[in-house]
Design a protein around this ligand. Sequence first.
Ligand code: AMP
Ligand code: GLY
Length: 417
Amino acid sequence: MKALVLGGGGREHALVRALSLDPGVTDLHCAPGNPGTSEHADNHVINPVDGLAVTELAARIGAELVVIGPEAPLVAGVADALRDRGIPVFGPDQQAARLEGSKGFAKEVMEAAGVPTARSRLCRSPGQAAEALDAFGPPYVVKDDGLAAGKGVVVTEDRAEAERHARECGRVVVEEYLDGPEVSLFVLSDGAHALPMLPAQDFKRAYNGDLGPNTGGMGAYAPVSWAPEGMVDEVMETAVGPTLTEMARRGTRYQGLLYVGLALTSEGPRVVEFNARFGDPECQVVLDRLATPIGGMLQAADVGGLSPNTKLEWRGGAAVTVVLAAENYPGEPAKGDPISGIEAASALDGAYVLHAGTAWSGVRDLTSAGGRVLNVVGTGDTLARARERAYQAAERIELRGSFYRTDIAERAAGDAG
Ligand code: AMP
Ligand code: GLY
């Protein structure tokens, strides 16, 4: 199979790596990719949001599978353009991707499908927002209705801040606060059948102890062994199944990856959000544990090929990833600084490094080129061992001004031993 991955971050490096380990994948391409993906794939300099450019590239290389990594191409309709040309694609059509692209739409679908989630109201004016804030009380949760790259959600005790965010965004969803630890569950869907992957946990705040600003994610681990027994089955039954049925009923069959962001509240799991693609960096640890070759699975999602008998096999043990971030992330990050120590880090048993925001400068000097620069992955029989390896490897990397959280998976590893 010839495969093309769209995107250029750590998630896409993990996808390219997983596809490179699939014996059925004979030819691998990435666009635009990064220095890490170029180890396994041919990188192509195109804009992944440009449907025409993507379709032309896919046709030219004879792609039999295009895997769309980030949300922007999905929301821009790149999957539709590929399907129109008869090119198999892993990722939902533009209309189906609205489950991520519009918070209001996602809430409407969840309500129609009876999915357990926070009560909410779509507000079109500051007055409506104020009424909703009164109705739900603090902590206040205000979400920009549109796609905002993780920056559109404000959770605060501060009423003035909540009102300011509502005013600045215009159309917002105001909702009830959900209390409880968060878990990310990825589901492969062919529109009718769905296969859950291993649950993972992400660390969204910039600094240790869940302090500091929200980020795209500073680290992750899988599996989540402390999750209540039967959680995945319950979520598949109460949230995923009804959502896929409702989407099909609306004529927008959902094919691709459904990311279910959950809060495990005292009343059971509640859906915080849907995303239309793999979470980054959770994808990195989940794919690390996947034993089933991934190419055929992703292709099957496009053609209604995930039968109820299809099973995913998982490796035992655990994986942890630690995000090495550039100075000043998640603000305007420092860029263009030299990176060293990746070989030394990867030389450690059970550890490797994925590229997220890196670039070549000059002939072959690796430099930083984004906020989240590297994802250091550690694996092991236990979560504690995986974590230890990830941090031993991270210590070997040098990048001026960079930082990482030192408490990724700490609590879970302590609980699990
Ligand atoms: P979203 O983009 O909807 O996932 O929101 C981003 C983050 O905001 C989530 O991962 C949660 O940490 C937080 N969040 C969103 N909605 C709620 C809610 N109803 N209650 C508590 N926290 C929330
Ligand atoms: N790590 C969270 C996300 O990808 O949305």
